[in-house]
Design a protein around this ligand. Structure first.
Ligand SMILES: [Zn+2]
Length: 66
């Protein structure tokens, strides 16, 4: 996996999610060894969703003839 910020090499890391104190969850994420950018699976999924949405938004331009 390549860093979306600098294109550097990313290593997979396990970390504890901080959002739920009562239920510490181990999550897999990716950390860039070059710039320190961190992407967890949730962020990656969100980015995919956004990309899919923006692809769907790309429609042929409608003519506004009145
Ligand atoms: Zn990077």
């Amino acid at each position: 996996m390549e860093c979306s910020r600098c294109g550097g090499f990313m290593v997979q890391e396990e970390f504890f999610g901080l959002q739920e104190e009562a239920f510490p969850v181990t999550t897999l994420g990716w950390r860039c060894v070059m710039c320190g950018e961190f992407v967890d699976s949730v962020i990656a999924a969100n980015r995919r969703t956004v990309a899919e949405k923006s692809n769907k938004a790309r429609r042929p331009a409608l003519s506004h003839a009145t």
